[in-house]
Design a protein around this ligand. Structure first.
Ligand code: PGA
Length: 257
């Protein structure tokens, strides 16, 4: 069975470190109003960790799910400044973005740390959104495939909770994040085949077909969203910049149907 048609499509907003409390709540209010009529899409928002609790309560009876932007690699204890998977679960998070390229390239997060974080998610009933993607230099050097395979194989090595749980993979080429640059459909298809091959090798093809959703991220906007929704081998999008504007985000959502 192919995974087209049996998985929901996802639209996930990543607000990053952009909004203070007042503007987070204002944007949440606009999301609630504008997205309430959207059907058939799994909608989710990743605000700053500081506002997760408050926004989780705010979105509780809506069609919008709560996502954390990061999680600690450890279970609990003397890890100053970290937020554990248990804490995220307790306040109602369903998903966690793990291994975002900004954390990998600006905060020094390694594939091994990403692996621990993925384990923490599954140990605590959270669905990870594992981000993978090559940098521009890696792309130019013809290393895209080897980088992606390494990221997947290390992150998903001996993970508790797989293959019996859901996993989201966000393919986000680093050169496309926040730059306005986009990827061709043909290149995207190559990446999808590569991810499928790699995960089928690690677990099984059935796992890929039934539990894995591959989404795209990188300069998605209301101008190009239709092209991404049209790709039936992809299951949705992770949106940064355009998600800070509720009108833009609504336009992206509307194009899914
Ligand atoms: P962008 O960010 O939409 O601004 O390119 C995407 C992301 O970092 O997830």
């Amino acid at each position: 069975m192919l995974n087209e048609g049996i998985m929901p499509k996802y639209l996930i907003a990543n607000w990053k470190m952009n909004l203070l409390a007042g503007s987070s709540l204002e944007l949440a209010e606009k999301y609630k109003q504008k997205l309430k009529g959207i059907k058939g899409l799994e909608l989710a928002v990743a605000p700053s960790a500081l506002y997760l609790d408050q926004l989780g309560k705010f979105f509780r009876k809506t069609n919008i799910k709560l996502v954390a932007q990061n999680v600690a690699a450890q279970d609990q204890g003397a890890w100053t400044g970290e937020v554990s998977a248990k804490m995220l679960k307790e306040i109602g998070c369903g998903y966690v973005i793990v291994g975002h390229s900004e954390r990998r390239h600006k905060m020094g997060e390694t594939n091994e740390m990403v692996n621990k974080k993925i384990n923490q998610c599954f140990n605590n009933g959270l669905t990870p959104i594992l981000c993978i993607g090559e940098t521009e230099d890696e792309k130019e050097a013809g290393r895209r495939n080897s980088v992606l395979v390494k990221q997947l194989q290390t992150a998903l090595d001996k993970v508790n909770g797989l293959p019996e749980n859901k996993l989201l993979i966000a393919y986000e080429p680093v050169w496309a994040i926040g730059t306005g640059l986009n990827m061709s459909a043909a290149a995207m298809f190559e990446v999808e085949r590569l991810v499928k091959r790699t995960l089928s090798g690690l677990y099984s093809e059935k796992f890929y077909d039934t539990e894995v959703s591959l989404i795209y991220g990188g300069s998605v906007s209301s101008i190009n969203a239709q092209e991404f929704w049209n790709l039936d081998f992809m299951q949705g999008m992770l949106v940064g910049t355009a998600s800070l504007d509720a009108v833009e985000f609504e336009l992206i959502a509307q194009q899914a149907s």
